[in-house]
Design a protein around this ligand. Structure first.
Ligand SMILES: CC(C)(COP(=O)(O)OP(=O)(O)OC[C@H]1O[C@@H](n2cnc3c(N)ncnc32)[C@H](O)[C@@H]1OP(=O)(O)O)[C@@H](O)C(=O)NCCC(=O)NCCS
Length: 166
């Protein structure tokens, strides 16, 4: 049985939970483009304060059975509207990110919308493909989470693309 995923606005009490979720070394390696120092609570909190104050950003807490399972948000990367997400390790592999992204894409009307994903982040690649994103380019950039340059795909969801049945 799959638990329903609920998206709700982020409240300040969620931030310490997001902080713990992004401290996980395996998660950081996957994401690659996360924080240079996941232990830096001050930098994390000030980044989130900025996000929550920014009227162009829609950030949502991903809740599963009343627990904070992660977050999802839109932002602008290299001038393009983009989405990104993070799910805490206890919820991995249960379809949480896939369902959260599908729900979030119903909330935000902007299309086309991009996402960037390290080429070896197979889980995130699958999440994006389920939602109808397709590879439209590739690039390489310094990845703070790994301390080296990492190749990434630029994925795009075009207008009127249908999500895969998942
Ligand atoms: C990437 C991430 C969001 C996936 O979340 P999730 O809730 O586990 O994803 P889902 O359960 O919806 O799984 C989606 C697909 O990935 C697969 N998957 C999940 N974890 C995986 C892993 N560690 N390795 C390979 N595939 C994996 C699932 O089997 C599923 O594939 P399928 O649909 O082909 O069967 C989560 O691992 C995460 O937050 N990681 C750290 C941060 C990050 O990488 N964010 C994205 C940056 S682009």
């Amino acid at each position: 049985m799959t638990c329903p995923v609920r998206l709700r606005p982020v409240i300040p009490g969620d931030l310490p939970i997001f902080f713990e979720q992004q401290r996980d070394p395996a998660a950081n390696r996957m994401a690659a483009f996360g924080a240079a120092d996941p232990e830096d609570r001050g930098a994390f909190m000030s980044r989130w304060e900025g996000l929550l104050k920014n009227p162009a950003v829609t950030a949502r807490t991903i809740e599963v059975a009343g627990d904070v399972a992660g977050h999802i948000l839109n932002h602008t990367t290299a001038g393009a509207p983009s989405v990104s997400y993070w799910v805490g390790k206890p919820w991995w592999g249960q379809g949480v990110a896939t369902r959260a992204l599908l729900a979030f894409l119903e909330m935000i009307a902007v299309r086309p919308v991009e996402a960037r994903v390290a080429k070896d982040n197979i889980a995130s690649l699958r999440v994006l493909q389920h939602a109808g994103f397709a590879i439209r380019g590739q690039t390489a950039a310094f990845a703070p989470g790994r301390g080296v340059e990492v190749e990434e795909y630029v994925m795009v969801l075009e207008p009127d693309t249908l999500a895969e049945a998942s």
